[in-house]
Ligand binder design. Structure first.
Ligand SMILES: [Zn+2]
Length: 113
């Protein structure tokens, strides 16, 4: 992914369109504005240079936008959302697995004594 394609700009330095996503950088709190097509994509904060995931607005109505094909975009956003969920779930499972491995290690130690 070429990050230069999807650059957020500081809130006060741009004209905000209805279709823009306005959000705060979770690292430095800076107001950022990005085109709706950046929803769900990682971008670099213009202020702190940290990687930020653009939020996907709840109930984002692609149909309201003057775009074609809207259905394709809808599916794209849904796919990104599911990917984020799956990544989070994988993280949780990794942690559980690590816990179980720790537990087993402890059991083995006990049996050895
Ligand atoms: Zn920032």
């Amino acid at each position: 992914m070429d990050e230069s394609e999807e650059n957020a700009v500081p809130y006060e330095e741009t004209v905000i369109r209805d279709t823009d996503i306005v959000f705060d950088c979770p690292h430095c709190g800076r107001n950022l504005v990005i085109d709706y097509r950046g929803a769900g994509l990682p971008i670099t904060c213009t202020n702190c240079r940290q990687s930020v995931l653009v939020p996907i607005p709840d109930g984002m109505q692609i149909d309201d936008l003057d775009v074609n094909p809207g259905e394709l975009l809808k599916q794209l956003f849904a796919t990104r959302r599911n990917l984020q969920k799956a990544e989070k779930r994988a993280e949780e499972l990794d942690m559980k697995l690590a816990n179980i491995q720790e537990y087993l290690k402890g059991l083995v130690e006990l049996l050895r004594d």
